[in-house]
Ligand binder design. Structure first.
Ligand SMILES: Cc1cc2nc3c(=O)[nH]c(=O)nc-3n(C[C@H](O)[C@H](O)[C@H](O)COP(=O)(O)OP(=O)(O)OC[C@H]3O[C@@H](n4cnc5c(N)ncnc54)[C@H](O)[C@@H]3O)c2cc1C
Length: 351
C-alpha cells in the first residue's frame, strides 16, 4: 500500500521537527518518518557528560523556548531529548517511527519514498537526516595494524572503561576537546589535533557562533567581504569541563602523528605514544544515501542547493546539514529560519 501525502519529512530530529512546526502552521498534509524508536535524534546517543554549547533559551526550536535545566547554565543532552519529546507532543507532530527511508525516486509529478515500512508518495520531500549516522575516520597509515580498541565519537560514553589506561584522543573540535577533558583526570591521555587547539574566549559560546554564522551569510548574500564566520573565532567552546581541564594543564594537544603502530602512535620525529584505545573525534559526513537515486550529487559529494532547495530537484529540500543548507542550520537555534524558508517555498510550489 502507498501512503499519499503532500509532504514527507525524512528524519525526526530537531531539523525534521522545525520543518514540522512550519508545515503545521501552513496546514499542510505531511508526515515525519524517523528511523529511531523514540524522539531526540542524535541527542539520545551522545556521551554522558556532554553539555550543549549554548544556554537553554539559545538552544530553542521555533515557537517554544527550551526551558532552563535546573541548576545548569548549559543543559545536557538528556535535557535536549526531553525538550524534543515535549516539542513533538506540544505541536502534535505526525511522526511515524521507526521507519527508515531507503530510497527517494521521481514518480512523474510526485516523489516516491521507499522505506523499510512501506511506500510514501509526496509532492515534496524534506530530507533532515543529520550527520551522526555517518561517522568519519580519516585514512591514517597503519590504522589496521593497531591492535587496541578504536572507536569514534559516536561510540564513546564515559571514562569508566578507560580508567587508568593509556588513551589517544584525536580531534581539535568540540567533541575532541570535551571527550579529552572527560578522560583526562582518569586516564593517561594523549590528545592529538591536526592544527594547534584553538579555544574560543571563555565568554564566547554558541550564541556568538550563531551571530557570526548569520553575519557571514548576510555578507555573502549581499556581495560584501566574507566575514570569516564561525571559523575565525576558534574551534572549541570553553564549556565548564573543558575550561577546568585546560586550566589544570590537562589539555595540551600534540600535533597529528605520522602513523599508527601495533600498540600506539608514532610521530615523524620517531617519538611514540602507546595506547590501549584510540578515540577518533574526527567528525561526520552527511547521511544522504537515500537520495542517491535522484542523481543530484555534485563535486565533493555535496548536493548543490539554493538555500535549502536542491538545485536540480525543486521538490526536494535539505535541512540541518550545515552552513551549506542555511547559516548554523546544524544547531537547535539555527535550524528554525531555514526550516521556515523551506516550508514557505514548498507551500508556494504546492499551491
Ligand atoms: C557532539 C555534538 C555536540 C553538539 N552540540 C550542539 C550544541 O550544543 N548545540 C547545538 O545547537 N547543536 C549542537 N550540535 C549540532 C546539532 O544540533 C546536533 O548534531 C543535532 O543532533 C542535529 O540535528 P538533526 O535533526 O539535523 O539530526 P539528528 O539529530 O541526527 O536527527 C536526524 C534523525 O533522522 C533519522 N534518520 C537518519 N537517516 C534516516 C533515514 N534514512 N530514514 C529515516 N530517518 C532517518 C535519525 O535516526 C535521527 O532521528 C552538536 C553535534 C554534535 C555531534
Amino acid at each position: 500500500m502507498t501512503h499519499v501525502v503532500d509532504v514527507v519529512v525524512i528524519g525526526g530530529g530537531q531539523a525534521g521537527f522545525a520543518a514540522g512546526y512550519h508545515l503545521r502552521r501552513q496546514n499542510l498534509d505531511f508526515v515525519i518518518l524517523d528511523a529511531q524508536p523514540s524522539p531526540g535524534g542524535a541527542w539520545q546517543h551522545t556521551w554522558d557528560s556532554l553539555r550543549l554549547f549554548s544556554p537553554a533559551a539559545y538552544s530553542s526550536l521555533p515557537g517554544w523556548l527550551m526551558p532552563a535545566q535546573d541548576g545548569a547554565e548549559y543543559p545536557d543532552a538528556h535535557h535536549a531529548v526531553e525538550y524534543l519529546t515535549a516539542y513533538e507532543e506540544r505541536y502534535t507532530l505526525p511522526v511515524v517511527r521507526p521507519v527508515r527511508a531507503k530510497a527517494v525516486h521521481r514518480d512523474s509529478e510526485r516523489l516516491r519514498v521507499e522505506t523499510d515500512a512501506g511506500v510514501w508518495s509526496a509532492r515534496a520531500v524534506v530530507s533532515a537526516t543529520g550527520t551522526w549516522w555517518r561517522p568519519f575516520l580519516p585514512a591514517v597509515p597503519g590504522r589496521e595494524t593497531f591492535t587496541g580498541r578504536q572507536l569514534h565519537t559516536v561510540q564513546y560514553r564515559n571514562p569508566d572503561e578507560f580508567a587508568g589506561r593509556r588513551v589517544i584522543v584525536i580531534g581539535g573540535g568540540n567533541s575532541g576537546a570535551q571527550i579529552a577533558a572527560d578522560l583526562a583526570p582518569h586516564t593517561d591521555l594523549t590528545w592529538v589535533t591536526q592544527r594547534p587547539a584553538r579555544f574560543l574566549a571563555d565568554d564566547i559560546d554558541g550564541r556568538a557562533l550563531f551571530d557570526a554564522a548569520t553575519a557571514r551569510r548576510r555578507a555573502l548574500d549581499t556581495g560584501n567581504t566574507d566575514t570569516g564566520g564561525v571559523a575565525s573565532l576558534g574551534d572549541i567552546v570553553a564549556v565548564a569541563p573543558v575550561r577546568a581541564a585546560r586550566d589544570a594543564g590537562l589539555l595540551k594537544a600534540r600535533p597529528m602523528f605520522a602513523r599508527l603502530t601495533e600498540n600506539g602512535a608514532q610521530w615523524a620525529d620517531g617519538t611514540r605514544a602507546e595506547a590501549a584505545a584510540i578515540i577518533w573525534c574526527t567528525g561526520f559526513r552527511t547521511a544522504l544515501s537515500h537520495l542517491t537515486p535522484l542523481g543530484l550529487r555534485g563535486e565533493h559529494g555535496h548536493i548543490p542547493t539554493h538555500g535549502t532547495r536542491a538545485a536540480d530537484e525543486p521538490r526536494l529540500h535539505l535541512l540541518g546539514y550545515g552552513d551549506w543548507t542555511g547559516p548554523a542550520s546544524a544547531t537547535l537555534i539555527g535550524v528554525g529560519r531555514p526550516a521556515r524558508d523551506a516550508v514557505r517555498e514548498i507551500t508556494a510550489l504546492l499551491r
